[in-house]
Design a protein around this ligand. Structure first.
Ligand code: ARG
Length: 570
């Protein structure tokens, strides 16, 4: 039973008996229950001014009558204060309710049954021939977390890596490869070799005009489907994907589709024909555009003067194809806020084409900039931090810390360091509201005592170790052992955890889950320092162990939903 719903039905019963004249639609709704800022004011509070108008009574008077109508009941006591009815759960009963819910559901806690709806998530969406830099971290981990959160809440999810695998730069890359490259060089150097070729092309281009022409010629050959061009390009693609895979594997990420920009090459005529038929195309300096001036936006470029399509044309085709293929109810684009205008334009053009679903179902899930130890991430020399490097350093650093802190871990240290190092990075990325810029600092992310992934993981390991040391409970749990403030604080957070998951989905904001998980860990540690779990009356021990197990389950679930693993020991 959900406590909010339970309190609401208690409240409704009381309101109906105190004020039988009140119309059905004015009866209290669960959302109207507030959570008092201070738990001394109760677990939930109902503001009675909402009923003042229909009842023509002062809120204080209403609160008084409702509170007395609540009377004795197994769930909560009610008090009226300043126009509010404050509800205080009966502590032992509350403990039992929460624990039985959490323990019976385990990793399904807060989940919802299949709702028959589909959400498409476009995330990570890397570019071919480039190494994964830390800027892509955000899209990758945000999208992955949202996918898990939506799945938990009963959605069917489709994760798409909309590869950046089209553009004139690939013609240049082939030209550079033909001049200076070899298969062996690619085998050895991988994506770095591709990058080096690209850099060299740009360095030599100004003094060597022939190069530009070669680049254009190779791009034309790609466009025309020339087998040699396609084979080389395909090799570049495979190389980049194999490299990206090593990063995805470390993060536990998979995709349902890698259909990126090139996939839409033969699917754009439909968009262009339709735009033309609907009279939406206008000519501007030889190019074909959709005029968006009336909406305060620059025109959306559809075709260049040489007939080439653009990023936007591909995204329009992709949106329609995804709708036809997946029949989505929602389509999310997890992309940096620098592309705000692009997505606004795309959504507007689709709307002008008559697709009403565009404005209702499509959303740009924008996020801020990532900087590294105070330095903005520029692709300029020296300031690039690659995600693969970051992850391996995270593992090394975590291993150093753990060798020092837990020397007896032995063999298990490497595996734990992997989870902790990577978890620290992911947790730090998903801790604050996504639109905020983040600045990644090692000391902050890896601080075992701060608001960090390792701290939460450590709490999980602590629960596991307490549970491992415990003997079979010799008695029925005595819930009176959980009526103290510290245990109640933990229980309150556990009981609200499902709301955090729902909030994360409603706002496409995994940080709601990150923070709720952190709060559970903090509250549990406070309880742990104040109360000895394994000593005392067997009934009390049994109750505290159940609390410990529930905390372990919820932390593991919270970490899972943000894409972080939960080590059993560290
Ligand atoms: N590859 C693009 C980039 O790195 C992101 C693509 C986002 N998805 C999309 N459908 N436009 O900037």
């Amino acid at each position: 039973m959900d406590m909010r719903l339970a309190v609401n039905s208690l409240l409704r019963g009381a309101v109906q008996s105190a004020f039988p004249q009140l119309a059905q639609e004015d009866l209290p709704q669960p959302e109207a229950l507030e959570i008092p800022p201070d738990s001394k004011l109760g677990d939930f509070a109902y503001p009675c001014f909402r009923l003042a108008r229909p009842l023509r009574l002062a809120p204080a008077k209403i609160a008084e009558q409702i509170a007395s109508a609540v009377g004795d009941n197994p769930l909560a006591a009610a008090q009226n204060v300043g126009g509010y009815v404050n509800f205080f759960f009966h502590r032992a009963q509350f403990a039992r309710d929460v624990l039985s819910r959490v323990l019976s559901q385990g990793q399904a806690y807060g989940s919802r049954p299949d709702n028959g709806r589909t959400v498409v998530l476009d995330y990570s969406s890397i570019n071919i021939a480039k190494r994964f830099h830390i800027g892509h971290l955000y899209s990758t981990v945000l999208g992955h977390s949202l996918k898990r959160i939506y799945t938990h809440l009963g959605w069917k999810t489709i994760g798409i890596n909309h590869l950046g695998d089209w553009g004139t730069q690939f013609g240049k890359l082939i030209a550079a490869y033909k001049r200076w490259g070899s298969p062996e060089m690619l085998d050895e150097g991988g994506v770095d070799a591709l990058n080096a070729l690209y850099v060299r092309f740009h360095r030599e281009e100004p003094d060597n005009p022939g190069l530009s022409e070669e680049g254009r010629a190779w791009f034309r050959r790609i466009e025309e489907g020339d087998p040699e061009a396609l084979a080389i390009f395909d090799r570049f693609k495979q190389l980049t994907l194999a490299y990206a895979q090593t990063v995805y594997e470390q993060l536990g990420i998979t995709f349902d589709s890698y259909n990126g920009e090139a996939f839409f090459n033969d699917k754009m005529d439909r968009v262009i024909d339709e735009l033309r038929a609907k009279n939406l195309l206008a000519e501007s300096r030889g190019a074909q555009v959709v005029d968006l001036e009336a909406w305060g936006m620059p025109p959306c470029l559809i075709l260049k003067s040489d007939g080439a399509t653009l990023y936007a044309t591909r995204d329009l085709a992709a949106a329609l194809w995804r709708k036809d293929t997946y029949h989505f109810d929602k389509s999310l684009y997890v992309v940096a806020y620098q592309q705000n205008l692009h997505f606004k334009q795309i959504f507007k053009v689709l709307e002008l084409m008559g697709y009403d679903w565009a404005s209702e179902q499509m959303e740009h899930v924008a996020y801020g900039m990532v900087s590294y130890e105070g330095q903005a991430m520029a692709t300029r020399e020296g300031h690039v931090v690659y995600l693969d490097d970051l992850l391996s350093r995270a593992r090394e650093k975590a291993l150093d810390i753990m060798r020092e802190k837990s020397p007896d871990l032995g063999e298990a240290a490497g595996e734990a360091a992997r989870m902790v190092g990577i978890g620290a990075v992911v947790f730090a990325a998903l801790q604050n509201n996504r639109i905020k810029d983040i600045d990644f600092w090692w000391d902050r992310a890896l601080n075992f005592d701060g608001d960090t992934g390792p701290y939460v993981q450590y709490t999980h390991a602590r629960c596991c170790s307490v549970l491992a040391r415990a003997e079979e409970p010799a008695a029925q749990p005595d819930d009176e052992a959980l009526t103290n403030d510290e245990a109640q604080a933990v229980l309150r957070l556990l009981s609200r955890f499902p709301e955090a998951i729902a909030q994360a989905q409603a706002d496409n904001e995994p940080s709601a889950v990150t923070r709720a998980t952190l709060e559970v860990a903090k509250a549990f540690n406070k309880f742990y320092y104040e109360h000895r779990i394994l000593s005392g009356q067997p009934g009390a021990v049994a109750a505290r162990l159940e609390l410990t197990r529930a905390v372990r389950d919820v932390i593991r679930l919270g970490l899972y939903l943000i894409g972080v693993e939960a080590p059993r020991q560290m």
